[in-house]
Design a protein around this ligand. Sequence first.
Ligand code: NDP
Length: 350
Amino acid sequence: MTENHYIVFVSRPGVNGEPKEENFRFEQCPYPADLQKDEVLIKTLYLSVDPALRCRMNESTGVDYVGPWQIGETIEGFGGVGSVVKSLNPEFVEGDLVCSQYGWPWKEYFIRKPDKSFQKVDKTLVGGKISYCLSVLSLTGLTSYLGITEKGHLQPLHTLVISGAAGACGSLAGQFGHLKGCGRVIGICGSDEKCKYLTDELEFNGAINYKTQNIEDELCKHCPKGIDVYFDNVGGEISDQVIKQMNKDSHVILCGQISVYNKDVPYPPPIPEETQQCLQQNNITRERFLVLNYPEKFDESLKQIAEWLLSGKIKVKETIAEGLVNAGPAFVSMMRGGNIGKQLIRVASL
Ligand code: NDP
């Protein structure tokens, strides 16, 4: 009899608390029973780990697109990729690789009646790396691409600054910025190793370690013509510093505000009066961006990203935790900056 395991949500960290490994528990559970008509039995291969899951740990998420996790229930993440073990659905056969960007349970084996969000993996697109459908060719890649194209108003030779720059969205956004003609791309991130990765491997024009360097001085040095576009993944003090050095009529891409996800504030969080004045005086746009608002643009955007990927124009990094047992620790680590590129969990091999 095949064993099955899942991750149970056991406690909330509190709206003002950091997530902890004890909030999650790895447990054995029954192998799924027989399939009904149109259902498939899935074996999970990889799971996506996302900062937006943090709001699901609270009693109320504060957003309308996901609800809170309930204590004692299986963790429901966003993306997952798996293989079909058995099928009573005419569209799927044993051995098919499938992927979904929403609602994948943190479970080794489970039964699902596939809906529209469930797609077969196009192996030619992912170039043999199935994890790519949870990183560069997923909502993550789309967030970076559509953030830049829909809210960036990029012009040739613009200076683009990115916070959370060595993470999943940030590392791609910088590369997309260069491909779209930016003159300078500067990343802000939390370690020297990450800075080195950005400049040496991704060819960012500069990188700033916000934990050890003076952001204001470093921005002056790296952005002699001011800042035209700011891809904001983090919010808080880092963003206040960046906004102070933005040019007239420039643009903030309000992608995420991870620096306040462990705080009891609404989303987007209030910003200091001084920053607000700076935005107004310089006519800087700062509109909320949510990738889910652009479903009609997903196909053409993925096509462009895949073309760049297959022609070697973008590099992809993933930080992979081994085994479902390490899912909770992987989430906690990502929230603390333990990842470079996309944080994933490898649950099983093909
Ligand atoms: P990342 O891969 O960037 O991982 C999170 C990173 O955030 C960590 O590695 C850490 O890097 C950084 N971080 C954590 N705490 C802080 C802090 N207090 N201050 C500054 N940086 C911090 O995650 P994603 O790429 O998946 O997500 C990036 C952002 O994009 C998030 O805010 C997320 O919510 C948002 N997002 C928005 C979407 C949208 O539709 N608008 C869709 C998907 C994601 P470091 O070592 O540099 O601190």
